[in-house]
Design a protein around this ligand. Sequence first.
Ligand code: SF4
Length: 361
Amino acid sequence: MEPKEQAVSDPRDWTEDEVAARIRELRCRLGREVLILAHHYQRDAVVGLADAVGDSLKLAQAAAATSARHIVFCGVHFMAETADILTGPEQAVYLPEQRAGCSMADMATPEALDWAWEGLAAAKAGKVIPITYVNSAATLKAFVGRHGGTVCTSSNARNVLAWALSQADKVFFFPDEHLGRITAHDLGVPLTDMPVWDRALPLGGLTPEAVRAARVYLWNGFCVVHQMFFPEDAVDWRHKEPGIRVIVHPECPIEVIREADAYGSTEMIARAVDAAPAESKWAVGTEINLVARLAERNPDKLVVSLSPHQAICANMYRTRPLSVLRVLEGLAAGKPPPAVRVPASVAGQARLALDRMLDLS
Ligand code: SF4
């Protein structure tokens, strides 16, 4: 059996309050050298530690604007990569949980994109602008930078896609089929003009004629969390709570979005619920941590998850206050953990694409 002091000194044995107190102490010591960013889908205990909380766009802008030397990014890997690309070489970005990835981002690889791009050229598709959702690896952002395209988030997808459609006859949208579909459709592109590009098949499973006739190609990637919402969920809530408003994220399938009263990014959802009148009722179709937080800070309203199941992002949930504490202890001791570094050959082209996006936002 270990001596009591030794056991007590191990942060894994501390209470959440003790961990939070130690983090506050280290924050004071490290001062403005450190910026902690947290995505809306992080658990409450992590959000409570952050200097800024937001969606991908807001956090990318915060990273681009800060002069802090150390950025602790409580989110998933592609977000930390984006922050690294947007910050200077003297700054470092740390992902407190190295294994926090994104299954949607993993659904598109540069090799698969190169294969698709060659197919488009062989099928004589004409001028195509590639757009990658920010939920993608830095190598994909470099791909779009190299091919005259850009990046979008769920906040600015409409502006970005409108720009792309004004530049070329065709747009290749990846990796989220659903965000691409609803955005293009709301810009007036008929559903019949936006075939799904099956990433496992030659030419995306399309004929050369279909490739030439299309306006937008939709890569068949998706977010597992936002596939947990169904149109029937909205019908059920309206039956149970007359007058309830349904608001969902654009990563949901179009059938769910069409059944909702409104859709938008996590920032837009949070703003809409926070600004709503007392006594209003909301069924929210996005990750459960944000929904629970909205419910807690709006006790005068009914705020529920649209899904009867736990729509949780397991990758976002990996980060705990203890993960943040480990990074800060390393920084305070002069032994920082490995930073997320995007190789210069990738970062340059990806930066081009991200700068185009920030200009369009
Ligand atoms: S919520 Fe979906 S898109 Fe966002 S990080 Fe999790 S898996 Fe990826």
